[in-house]
Design a protein around this ligand. Structure first.
Ligand code: ACM
Length: 501
């Protein structure tokens, strides 16, 4: 009874519970007797000195002592040690992301079986320390933590509006703080081709720019050097970058650069300045297939990770219905309709990627014309395409738009009427689960996780981008990482966080 009273008293002390407001919420936090006081400073020590461990310690040091607006006193005498340790021999191929943090009165021990787990331990510890900088004191405790879902993503559309590498890095940093681990980089679309392809320079010279009504030229692209820099920056933070090279639709920018890619090459082509679904899509010709293979050669060389996203959404079949090339191919390959032709198209690219050891991801629509065994399905209209893919035995990522589209407004506007489904408040994001009741228990491991998508038609600059992303990304991170969710508690932690502002 006394113990209960003691704990009740401890929790009711102002400022006390506020320091343990880690987002996403760790699996288990056990409070222990005593406090660690770090008025005399902190110092990071690693067990072992391999390059990867040193890299983690350096990033941890940067977040604790570097760019943030506060500093721990630097006196070495009396500085408390934070020890980073890999348990047993590190296995870099392991997907294990769990870690533990033990706070004693005189030191902190962060441990994991993997480097990525250790990195997440450091992210949690950063939040612990920065949130308690006013008191320079944190209670002794033991944290053990492991994520619920292995795939925790965010998509950034850099086609509708272009964002510099500095902005991209900023979002990679934010993702790392929230333990998100996949950056889905939407690099090609109707309104812009944003990745330098050396064999086809017009893709960026022409396809990277649109001319607006008043003559203003808008656009931009990433050089291969910049792409490598971003991939390396993300890898240091245990974030996989998945590039998206859209096909067969959302391809107007490529077609404007190289009209032979269209079924109507002699009609005038421009990079559109308007949004919506465009009817001019890649023609399923040998020259298009060869072009795409060349593009994929360069893309695969830039992105060392396993996955390449090939789009597959919103591809109207009007052009194929009228095209002699498309119709002849359907006849030759005994394809019943244009959806099956899309499957044929995608499968050709998927097989090519497989020869390079890569796996292909596609948006939900790809389940329509037949599904190959190894493709990963990203279900976006709702969860139905994902459920169908799971029945077929495929792995899926759930990103239903009513929960995951961060271009939707956060508040219902009192000025403009807004459809209820196009409004996405913090609580709704928090309620998101990638699982669906209709998925049989024995197949639930096929749901790899979920993703927030930031489409940028109406997001014109960094300020607006940040407004759309935060704090909803924090809610998404907790929805994907934490097993125990409680919105009121999340709100409290978010309000008290000195990190996630
Ligand atoms: C999408 O929003 N068309 C994937």
């Amino acid at each position: 009874m006394r113990l209960i009273l003691l704990f009740a008293l401890l929790f009711s002390l102002p400022g006390f519970s506020q320091v343990i407001n880690i987002i996403p919420n760790p699996s288990k936090i056990e409070l222990k007797a005593g406090f660690l006081n770090f008025k005399q400073g902190l110092s990071i020590k690693t067990y072992g000195d391999d390059a990867e461990l040193s890299g983690i310690a350096r990033l941890f040091g940067n977040s604790l002592f570097g760019s943030k607006e506060w500093k721990v006193p630097e006196s070495k005498n009396g500085a408390k040690l934070i020890i980073l340790q890999i348990l047993e021999s590190p296995d870099n191929s392991s997907a294990d992301e769990s870690y533990s943090i033990r706070v004693f009165t005189d030191s902190v021990l962060i441990q994991s079986h993997t480097y990525r787990g250790l990195f997440y331990g450091c992210e949690s510890a950063t939040q612990l320390f920065i949130n308690s900088v006013l008191t320079n004191e944190i209670p002794c405790m033991e944290i053990t933590d492991t994520p619920q879902y292995a795939y925790r993503g965010m998509l950034l559309d850099v086609c509708r509006h272009f964002f510099s590498t500095d902005v991209v890095k900023q979002y990679i940093d934010l993702m790392a703080e929230l333990k998100l681990n996949v950056f889905h980089w939407h690099l090609t679309d109707d309104q812009g081709w944003r990745i330098e392809i050396k064999k086809y320079p017009r893709l960026t010279e022409v396809g990277g720019w649109c001319t607006q009504k008043d003559g203003f030229k808008y656009g931009g692209y990433y050089t291969q050097k910049e792409i490598k820099e971003i991939v390396a920056y993300a890898a240091e933070r245990y974030i996989t970058v998945i590039p998206e090279i859209e096909l067969p639709g959302h391809s107007s920018a490529a077609i404007a650069a190289y009209p032979f890619l269209s079924c109507t090459p002699n009609e005038p082509k421009t990079v559109p300045t308007t949004w919506g679904i465009k009817k001019d899509i890649y023609c399923p010709s040998d020259s298009t297939f060869n072009f795409l293979k060349d593009v994929l050669d360069e893309v695969c060389a830039l992105f060392p990770e396993q996955y390449i996203h090939m789009g597959g959404d919103e591809a109207p079949k009007d052009a194929w219905k009228k095209s002699r090339i498309a119709q002849a191919l359907m006849q030759r390959e005994h394809l019943k309709n244009e959806e099956e032709l899309q499957h044929y198209f995608l499968k050709k690219m998927e097989d090519y990627l497989a020869t390079k050891g890569k796996r292909c991801i596609g948006w939900g629509e790809i389940v329509k014309g037949g599904l190959s065994d190894s493709v990963l399905v990203m279900s976006w209209l709702n969860k139905k395409a994902g459920v169908k893919a799971i029945a077929h035995g495929n792995q899926v990522i759930m990103t239903p738009r009513v929960y995951c589209y961060f271009d939707y407004p956060q508040k219902l506007s009192d000025k403009k009427p807004t459809l209820w489904m196009l409004f996405l408040g913090l609580h709704k994001v928090y309620r998101f689960s990638p699982m669906a009741n209709s998925i049989p228990v024995e197949k639930r491991n096929l749901v790899l996780g979920g993703q927030a998508n930031v489409w940028t038609e109406y997001i014109i600059d960094e300020k607006r981008l940040h407004h759309q992303i935060m704090p909803r990304l924090a809610a998404m991170a907790e929805a994907l990482w934490s097993k125990h969710k409680n919105f009121a508690d999340f709100r409290e932690r978010l309000n008290n966080s000195a990190v996630l502002k």
